[in-house]
Ligand binder design. Structure first.
Ligand code: HEM
Length: 490
């Protein structure tokens, strides 16, 4: 009986091989350039990356690999086959055209201890249900409500020195600002991290620690099973219990006798809206955690990266301030914010040069094909076997000179100014296809609002970081040295 097992395995392998050959022939696929010399484990590609983590140069190391092997190449990671691409047509195929052929892969496992199961860490029908539940909460009305952003501005300004000499790290303040705004939006109550001494807080540090551990586990990949971190378990518990308190309030507020027309509600509370659509308390809690994770660090990172560059280029800051002068010192409305064209150029340019989600990947759940990358010229389709991890690199794509010109590595908001630059899949800060970021408008509104208020309040913004921007790559991409600046009042 036991003797049959190897025979069955061999027959299975041969059958699979023949099916692959037929699939490859039918789609005209050619092999992609193979990056590895170590064909079994792929250590020759992994070790430089491990070194790059220590040197904070992961993104540049990966970008150099594209220069060496081309815009799509195949590689091994331990025993798993992988394809790396920075080709817009391939990314469109993964995220949109052949969306059904891919899943999120191993990511879900790492996020679940903190997030439970929600929109950000599920696939298939579970994800579709989450998306349907959450989508109505991001209509124009909710995004256009700027009062909650303004409510936190005095707390932010109170922490910014105005003598032009004292150095402040805006990155730290922006992460606290977005923690406060996200918790106000999601739970109806800000955790007040801008106001309190950091040691008084339990939720915010616990949430930050949990995210660090998730980021580490994502890097460790299969080795993460050895990373048993008791503190992380405790932090996950603190975060989930914190969210549960608000779930109870939300369910009470959603009882039919408490139903209030949307126009009469004082301010929008995401958890209350969810509770109107489902009474499943665990689901509400998990979705709250999912949206908090997806929305908080991303928005803070965009603010931090953009202000790092604005502080390095006083002429750009001055030009931005001249545009904001059109408001005559008034608080901007949603429509006015949208009409500030140069502000939009600065946000676009920051997201191009320092995309907040610079690397991403999907796992092929069936045999499939990418349109480009095969053959010597890289123009033939490439076969993607079921179980292959396909990694796409937005950072490298956003710096391709064939899309953005010879100055692609420079921070130049003007490139967006005349409206001629209209990249489609070549520009992907918010992803694309059915899983496109649900909070894109919300994030751009928040970042735009904070930037306008800073430009109204402060005349000079000067960098106090002698070096260039360096990567800090956790779940999102921000500046390793923070955003150290000095400011003077308007
Ligand atoms: C500058 C800020 C932001 C950037 C650059 C950004 C970027 C992204 C990206 C790249 C994804 C795709 C992730 C993937 O599928 O692997 C994503 C998904 C998502 N984002 Fe954002 N995001 C931002 C802000 C926000 C905000 C403020 C919210 C909510 C308040 C939000 C909610 C979400 C959600 C719920 C998803 C998952 C969508 C799905 O899988 O269906 N994001 N975001």
């Amino acid at each position: 009986m036991l003797a049959c097992i190897p025979v069955t395995l061999i027959v299975f392998k041969i059958r699979r091989y023949l099916l692959h050959c037929e699939f490859v022939r039918r789609h005209g696929c050619q092999p992609a350039v193979r990056a590895n010399k170590d064909l079994l484990l792929g250590l020759d590609q992994m070790l430089p990356l491990v070194r790059a983590v220590g040197e904070h140069k992961v993104l540049e190391t990966l970008r150099e690999a594209y220069h060496r092997y081309g815009n799509t190449y195949s590689t091994k990671r331990i025993l798993s086959p992988g394809i790396f691409t920075t080709e817009p047509a391939n990314i469109k195929t993964i995220l949109s055209v052949n969306f059904e052929d891919y899943s999120l892969g191993h990511r879900t496992r790492h996020f679940e201890p903190l997030l439970g199961r929600g929109i950000f860490d599920t696939d298939g029908d579970d994800w579709a249900m989450s998306r349907a539940l959450i989508r109505p909460s991001f209509t124009r009305n909710q995004v256009a409500d700027l009062t909650s952003f303004e409510d936190l501005i005095p707390d932010l300004f109170a922490l910014i020195p105005r003598d032009g000499e004292t150095v402040v790290d805006l990155q730290d303040l922006f992460f606290r600002y977005t923690m406060d705004s996200a918790t106000a939006f999601l739970f109806g109550q800000s955790v007040g991290s801008l106001r309190m001494d950091q040691s008084d807080l339990s939720f915010a540090p616990a949430f930050n620690y949990s995210l660090e551990v998730i980021a580490m586990n994502l890097i460790l990949g299969p080795f993460s099973i050895f990373n048993r971190d008791r503190k992380a378990q405790e932090c996950n518990r603190i975060c989930r219990e914190f969210a549960e308190r608000f779930v109870e309030d939300a369910v009470q507020a959603a009882r039919p006798e408490k139903e209030i027309p949307e126009t009469k509600r004082e301010s929008y509370i995401f958890s209350h809206e969810l509770a109107r659509r489902t009474s499943d308390k665990q689901r509400i809690r998990d979705e709250l955690m999912n949206v908090l994770l997806a929305g908080r660090d991303t928005t803070a990172s965009l603010l931090s990266n953009m202000f790092f560059m604005l502080a390095k280029y006083p002429a750009i800051w001055d030009k931005l301030r001249r545009e904001v002068v059109s408001l005559d010192g008034r608080l901007p409305t949603y429509e006015e914010l949208r009409n500030l064209k140069y502000l939009r150029c600065c946000m676009n340019e920051s997201l191009r040069l320092h995309p907040v989600v610079p690397l991403n990947e999907r796992l092929a759940v069936k045999d499939t094909v990418l349109p480009l990358g095969g053959g010597k010229d890289g123009l033939s389709p490439v076969f993607v076997a079921k179980g292959t991890q396909v990694a796409y690199n937005v950072y490298a794509m956003h710096r391709r000179t064939d899309f953005y010109g010879p100055d692609a590595e420079e921070f130049r908001p003007e490139r967006w100014e005349d409206g001629q630059l209209k990249p489609r899949w070549e520009y992907l800060p918010f992803n694309g296809g059915p899983r496109i970021c649900i909070g894109q408008q919300y994030a751009l509104t928040e970042v735009g609002y904070v930037t306008v208020r800073m430009a109204q309040e402060f005349r000079t913004l000067e960098s106090r970081d002698p070096g260039p921007w360096e990567e800090s790559l956790n779940l999102t991409l921000c500046s390793r040295n923070g955003t150290k600046v000095c400011l003077t009042p308007a």
